[in-house]
Ligand binder design. Structure first.
Ligand code: F0G
Length: 357
């Protein structure tokens, strides 16, 4: 029995590795991928569908970004770069920082000042990245990262505009098919910069082209209502949402996301912050999966789309939950219920539980 080698080794024949890389290159890996596809009982009961959660918060740095980052940092190292740079709402920065740390590369992260969740900042600090706050939003950070890396060619841009990021992330679709033995009818996921929906669609299409699956899922891309450029059909100048991970007004992979929606007969939807928070609490409380607020967009989309009939009962649905809830303790604790305080008294404990009978 071989231990899981990380996704570059596991899917090597489907990834563009090695063509122009230095001989003797090695994968920079934290053994990312192979995340659970969890049957979601409560959500299935609620919707009349067969619902699964692809739990990407169980990747090494707690989000799906690790799939792309193993590729991007491996490439940076194998092509002689000295450092990596990204713009980020938090998860990309945590992931870039970790992979750069093990690769021995410099890492800087450009983040919107005051708008990233505390856990993600803590990760970037611990992995040793240089954190640079920008007076602006994610879109401004990305523009700055692009300009910097266009000017200084020892620095590699590791955002999802880097094509190898998408290649790594498409492996999540492979894993879903490998686990289900087919493609789902609908695949729901949160959409921010639109790299991930691009990646999943590519993965499904590749398996379809090779005859591994006979049908393709409809892609349901869910944005936060205050940051829903793809739903509105126009960029949003000042995006705002509690789901800071997807607080993005001008997605870089706009055209590819629209292609994924159109080619799959899919849909973009917006969820209000209220609906995102409802789904966020529901998935923790009923499925035992603590995700970050942005990740709950897929579940909010599922609930809305099954309620209005866009998703038919009996459908097989996969919701990607993209990031771990521990990354954003502030949002979790903002709705803190009353906390009981007791002495060293078993009766008081049982009473606090409502179970004194
Ligand atoms: N969910 C989470 C938890 C994210 O962190 C992101 C993106 C998305 C969904 C959306 O994915 O951008 O490929 O459409 N986070 C980026 C970051 C922007 O900087 O960490 P997308």
């Amino acid at each position: 029995h071989q231990p899981w080698p990380g996704l570059i080794q596991a899917y090597r024949n489907r990834l563009p590795v090695c063509d122009t890389w230095e001989p003797g290159w090695e994968p920079v890996t934290l053994r990312e991928g192979a995340t659970p596809l969890l049957p979601a009982r409560a959500l299935s009961e609620l919707t009349g569908c067969e619902v699964y959660l692809k739990v990407e918060g169980l990747n090494p740095t707690g989000s799906f970004k690790d799939r792309g980052m193993t590729m991007a940092v491996t490439e940076a190292k194998a092509t002689g770069k000295k450092g990596v740079l990204c713009a980020s709402t938090g998860n990309t920065s945590a992931s870039a920082a970790a992979y750069a740390a093990i690769a021995g590369l410099e890492c800087a992260v450009l983040v919107p000042a005051g708008k990233i969740a505390m856990g993600k900042l803590a990760q970037a600090v611990m992995y040793g990245a240089r954190i640079i706050e920008v007076d602006g939003n994610f879109d401004d950070c990305l523009e700055l990262a692009r300009k910097t890396t266009a000017t200084f060619d020892t620095i590699s841009l590791v955002n999802s505009v880097n094509p190898v990021r998408i290649e790594g992330q498409k492996t999540a679709a492979f894993e879903i098919v490998d686990a289900l033995g087919k493609a789902p009818d609908v695949h729901a996921l949160p959409v921010g910069n639109a790299g991930n929906i691009t990646a999943y669609w590519r993965g499904y299409r590749e398996y379809h082209a090779d005859g591994i699956i006979g049908s393709l899922p409809r892609m349901l891309g869910v944005q936060a209502a205050g940051a829903a450029p793809l739903v509105n059909g126009a960029p949003v100048k000042d995006p705002e949402t509690i789901a800071t991970a997807i607080r993005i007004g001008s997605p870089a992979s706009w055209n590819q996301a629209v292609a994924a929606k159109d080619e799959s007969n899919g849909e973009f939807r917006a969820a209000t912050d209220e609906k995102l928070l409802e789904a966020y609490r529901l998935v923790a409380k009923t499925e035992g999966v603590f995700v970050e607020p942005a990740s709950a967009a897929s579940v909010a989309g599922l609930l809305a789309a099954s309620a209005d009939g866009w998703i038919e009962k009996g459908s097989t649905v996969v919701c990607t939950v993209t990031g771990n809830g521990l990354k954003d303790p502030d949002t979790a604790l903002s709705s803190l219920p009353e906390i009981a305080r007791v002495g060293i008294d078993p009766v008081a404990v049982a009473a606090a539980m409502g179970l004194t009978e």
